[in-house]
Ligand binder design. Structure first.
Ligand code: NAD
Ligand code: DAU
Length: 362
């Protein structure tokens, strides 16, 4: 039985990864370390019981004693590090929390994994590996048509979120370069799918449209993101962990660029198609809800990943195209209204008020 330490496994991508891993692998044990911030939700994992193959530990990745005790008590072979503060708008309002979790938390995990895995001769235990899950936002913003982020694109982060992720990537790189630490860094584009917290574009637009609320599009709505169905990301991480070359960086993305406004229009059109005629919400889901609002500060214009390396070295390719993925995602939110109601708590409403109420309409 191989034991994984997954950090941030109660969040969006982490919980999808855990579901994926238990579907795809028989003989694994997962220890999920998650602080259960506003973004962490044990309902995302309600079908996975504690037992021989799964243990949940509520705790902070910055807590040295706690993380050391996990490495002492468990025979951790792989660390899959998702835990982070992940929302750009929140990082603009409160950068310090991002530096603490994303930079110092990653540093703490590196220390603890190093101590647990290093041998007297300075090499590391056979087969151990640390996967640092990062983002394409570290590369900054693309300008010219047909340009892409490659693994060797220079880092140029603009938001406190992307700067903190860039800092954590470089710490991982420094452990690889200095100590020969067994790690990989993966940089992925925008994920979408089930269990995504409705502060992010796609679930926010679904939730607002269903409630007949305005759909706040930042700036001119022409910023471009490169969308990847979350299960394809989980599979990419698994492939890097099993077969990636140690010390290498892999970009993960599916050549799926869309302007934000097109995403919002697609959600409206699909909700109108998928809601039954007799559903009272259907009539309110129209393009009149689209409201252009003051832009995000420092808003990156375009992200687009070149996934050539992971494709040629590991044979990874996305299996879900956007047309299917967005339908599956909307279906999931329609079928899981209780989940959605559960996360739209006081904290969410406070954030919503703070982020949107002062924004000028354009
Ligand atoms: P998320 O915000 O949904 O989940 C983050 C999880 O980390 C939550 O469960 C939260 O409780 C936990 N967490 C936060 N601070 C913690 C701490 N100090 N100690 C322990 N746990 C803590 O994020 P996500 O969208 O699932 O992203 C996961 C990772 O993937 C992040 O590292 C993010 O930078 C990266 N990433 C995300 C995307 C995307 O589109 N969402 C794309 C590329 C990379
Ligand atoms: O690219 C990977 C990154 O994708 C991850 O590293 C981040 O963790 C993840 O949050 C995501 O960052 P973005 O800033 O791209 O995602 P978000 O869903 O916040 O916004 C997507 C686009 O939509 C962006 O151009 C801003 C715009 N937007 C977003 C919101 C929430 C709006 O126009 N209106 C909104 O209300």
């Amino acid at each position: 039985m191989i034991t994984y330490l997954v950090t941030g496994g109660a969040g969006f991508i982490g919980s999808n990864y855990i579901h994926y891993m238990f579907r795809e692998h028989k003989d694994i044990r997962i220890v999920n370390l998650d602080a259960l911030t506003y973004a962490g939700n044990l309902d995302n994992l309600s079908d996975i019981g504690q037992g021989d193959s799964y243990r949940f530990v509520k705790g902070d990745i910055c807590d040295r004693e706690l993380v050391e005790s996990i490495f002492r008590d468990e025979d951790i072979r792989y660390v899959i590090h998702f835990a982070a503060e992940s929302h750009v708008d929140r990082s603009i309002a409160d950068p310090d929390t991002f530096v603490r979790t994303n930079v110092l938390g990653t540093m703490n995990l590196l220390h603890c994994a190093y101590d647990a895995w290093v041998q007297p001769d300075g090499t590391f235990s056979e087969g151990c590996r640390f996967i640092h899950v990062s983002t394409d936002e570290v590369y900054g913003s693309l300008t010219g048509e047909g340009t892409y982020f490659y693994e060797d694109t220079p880092y140029d982060p603009h938001s406190p979120y992307s700067a903190s992720k860039a800092g954590s990537d470089l710490l991982v790189k420094s452990f690889i370069d200095t100590y020969g630490f067994p790690a990989n860094i993966t940089n992925c584009s925008n994920n979408y799918g089930p269990y995504q917290f409705p502060e992010k574009l796609i679930p926010l637009m679904i939730q607002n449209a269903l409630s007949g609320k305005a759909l706040p599009v930042y700036g001119d709505g022409l910023n471009v993101r490169d969308w990847l169905y979350v299960e394809d990301h989980a599979r990419g991480i698994d492939m890097v962990c099993q077969r990636g070359r140690l010390g290498e960086k892999y970009n993960i993305g599916g050549h799926n660029e869309r302007q934000n406004i097109k995403i919002v229009e697609t959600i409206i059109d699909l909700l109108r198609e998928m809601l039954p005629e007799e559903d009272p919400r259907r009539a309110g889901v129209t393009r009149d809800l689209i409201t252009y609002v003051e832009d995000r500060k420092g808003h990156d214009r375009r992200y687009a990943i070149a996934p050539d390396k992971i494709k040629s070295e590991l044979g990874w390719e996305p299996l879900t195209n956007f047309e299917d993925g967005i339908r599956k995602t909307i279906r999931w939110y329609l079928d899981n209204e209780k989940w959605l109601e559960g996360v739209i708590s006081g904290e969410y409403l406070r954030f919503y008020e703070q982020n949107y109420s002062g924004r000028e309409k354009l």
